[in-house]
Design a protein around this ligand. Structure first.
Ligand code: 13P
Ligand code: SF4
Length: 344
């Protein structure tokens, strides 16, 4: 991340972004493009101070946001913790709407603003609160575990929230041998396999949702890349299918993948996840090489600098996260249960 400064120049931004090829190899940053970004970045950074605002940015969001205006960049768990701990009056959450909702659940007194142009995502949209109530009638003695990529209404109907960085640990610790996991089918299958590997005996049922970014990867892609790059390390996200997970060298949340790449001596990586992580590799580990491809998440990439500036200056009603108080309190219990299990 750039060191905080009053005013950034186009040349400084260009130096920071020039090694990034968004989407693997195609789009790169020019000095001209950086000159267009810089006035917006500087205005956002000034407004942030005036309003005592903090900008939380998921690693999948575009690099000019990550390296231009973010106060914190991370995975969904780290950002939820940042939201819980911040003393700012205003939180701008550049990610997806439901991550902004989680910040609001934990901070009812703060203004939470979301610049994303699209609501939800394929995974979060796969289930609603009525579906969960129906499932609870169908699976009466189960503990309902929901992935963080769900709306506040869905969390309000569940017992414990999890993220990709703590799902296995939490399910292992839940004192019930009947678990219903939602909404990600592939993560549910990976959860079943991982509990088997760990010798944890639980009956695990799961829902049918998928993330369109991660479900598209297949094991044959890994085999092809390994033929050409025998020393490549394959890293993937637990939203990928079990065959991909089984053939990866490391599986984890976005933050855990970066941690693995930082610590390993290896120099070549195939990253089966959203392109934002490839951008972070290119920028933060210039001696390491990205091979193969990545996929853009249209929801995460719908955040723009212009929209961040707009929500800080003059938020429209849809930019503000507003939650029903009963839903908020129930969702807070579900999220607090995640923090409690993680602390154990
Ligand atoms: P993380 O929990 O790794 O941040 O993942 C969130 C996400 O949206 C993955 O698709
Ligand atoms: Fe949703 Fe997948 Fe995009 Fe994550 S990467 S926000 S799960 S569509």
């Amino acid at each position: 991340m750039l060191t905080k400064q009053k005013s950034l120049t186009a040349q400084e931004l260009y130096e920071s972004l020039k090694n990034i090829r968004v989407g693997g190899t195609v789009c790169h940053y020019s000095l001209k493009k950086c000159a267009e970004f810089v006035p917006v970045i500087n205005e956002i950074n000034e407004l942030k101070e005036q309003l005592n605002a903090v900008i939380l940015v998921h690693s999948y969001v575009s690099p000019e946001i990550v390296y231009g205006v973010a106060d914190y960049v991370g995975d969904s768990y780290a950002l939820s913790k940042n939201a819980l701990e911040t003393s700012a009056d205003v939180i701008v959450f550049a990610a997806v709407r439901f991550m902004g909702e989680t910040a609001k659940v934990m901070n009812p007194e703060k203004e939470v603003l979301i610049p994303t142009a699209l609501d939800g995502c394929t995974l979060a949209d796969s289930i609603n609160a009525a579906d969960v109530r129906r499932l609870r009638r169908q699976f009466p003695n189960y503990t309902f575990v929901c992935y963080i990529n769900t709306t506040a209404e869905v969390k309000a109907e569940c017992d414990v929230c999890v993220t990709s960085s703590n799902v296995y640990k939490i399910v292992e610790r839940i004192p019930n041998d009947k678990i219903y996991f939602l909404p990600d089918k592939l993560m549910g299958q990976n959860l079943v396999n991982e509990m088997h590997v760990r010798g944890v005996h639980k009956t695990i049922s799961y829902y049918t949702g998928t993330c369109y970014v991660h479900e598209e990867y297949g094991e044959e892609q890994i085999f092809r890349v390994r033929c050409e790059y025998p020393n490549v390390k394959v890293v993937s996200h637990p939203e990928c299918n079990p065959a991909v997970v089984a053939n990866s060298d490391f599986v984890g949340s976005t933050a855990e993948m970066l941690g693995f790449m930082r610590e390993t001596e290896s120099k070549e990586f195939l990253m089966l996840t959203e392109c934002g992580l490839s951008s972070r590799l290119q920028k933060e580990f210039p001696d390491k090489k990205l091979v193969g491809t990545c996929t853009l998440c249209r929801y995460m990439k719908s955040n723009t600098l212009e929209d961040i500036l707009r929500v800080l200056k003059d938020p429209a009603p849809r930019d503000r996260v507003v939650l029903d108080e009963t839903v908020r309190q129930k969702a807070a219990k579900c999220i607090e249960a995640m923090f409690a299990y993680t602390r154990q």
